[in-house]
Design a protein around this ligand. Structure first.
Ligand SMILES: [Zn+2]
Length: 284
């Protein structure tokens, strides 16, 4: 009976995926072979989920509201091993409260910079709060996360330029998550971590803004896929036409949450996921 139901669920998932022209997500919250990286469609904001075949879950940023927790529930997430907050802006931390209310969170990384007292108190209530800077590293069973920015003596000029920048490596697949890093932040990355910037998948810094991606960024990271997390028809004009031209010239795959919704990478292969398929498959 159970087997029957599983086959039916798969058939439905394939049908839905065929209709929408997209690949369905894994029916289990745990990927079976490759690491899975999901760029959640949270509007003009960032929230990225990493899941490993070993069952570990890492969330990078929380979006701007409760939508992120709702999407994680749809994906069947029950706990978060590590929450990384790139910086204190509301489009990255606005969903913190609902995430902490909805899931046990084992550990939280943040820069310790620019956080208002109310948000800081909320984070401090979680026993696993950890201030991180460049050089900080965590190894799960096979997933390795390395902090490349900010330096111990951080830039003074803007909150975005003090973003926590994380490189993730799982087997042969690599990802770079630069938060809202702007060009001054990238200059420091080129200076101190140039050799570590190379990644298969790059989340476009600062939602595809012209100050988050330059030809120098693309030359150093050399991504096969670039994912832009931004809101449909946003007021900022993200992603910027200059960035689109640079990506086009590079010949990389461009995926956008504003146009394609949630994006999922299995290893280094990335494609959109239909939200309808997420609900049907997880049955939640
Ligand atoms: Zn942002």
């Amino acid at each position: 009976m159970l087997k029957h139901k599983t086959v039916l669920t798969f058939a439905l998932a394939l049908l839905l995926a065929g209709c929408a022209g997209v690949r369905p997500p894994s029916p289990d919250s745990r990927p079976t072979e490759n690491v899975s990286v999901t760029f959640l469609d949270v509007g003009q904001a960032d929230a990225t989920l990493i899941r490993t075949p070993e069952g570990e879950t890492v969330l990078i940023d929380t979006g701007q509201n409760g939508r992120t927790a709702a999407l994680l529930r749809k994906l069947g997430i029950r706990r978060i091993d590590l929450l990384i907050l790139t910086h204190a802006h509301a489009d990255h931390t606005g969903g913190v409260e609902s995430i902490l209310e909805s899931f046990p969170v084992n550990e939280i990384w943040y820069s310790g910079l620019d956080y208002k007292a109310k948000l800081r108190r909320l984070l401090e209530r979680n026993g696993g709060l950890q201030k991180v800077s460049a050089g900080f590293e965590k190894r799960f069973a096979k997933l390795i996360l390395t902090v490349l920015h900010p330096q111990a003596k951080p830039l003074r000029n803007s909150v975005n330029n003090r973003s926590v920048v994380v490189k993730a490596v799982y087997g042969s697949a690599s990802y770079l998550f630069p938060g809202d890093c702007e060009l001054e932040c990238w200059d420091q990355l080129f200076k101190f971590h140039r050799a570590e910037l190379r990644a298969d998948v790059l989340k476009a810094a600062h939602h595809g803004s012209g100050n988050g991606t330059s030809s120098g960024v693309l030359i150093n990271v050399r991504p096969a896929t670039i994912v832009v997390s931004c809101g449909r028809g946003n007021d900022y004009g993200h992603p910027h036409s200059i960035v689109l031209r640079l990506v086009d010239r590079l010949g990389a795959q461009l995926l956008r949450t504003d146009l394609q919704g949630t994006i999922e990478c299995a290893g280094a292969r990335c494609a959109p996921v239909a939200e309808a398929a997420l609900s049907e498959i997880s049955g939640r």
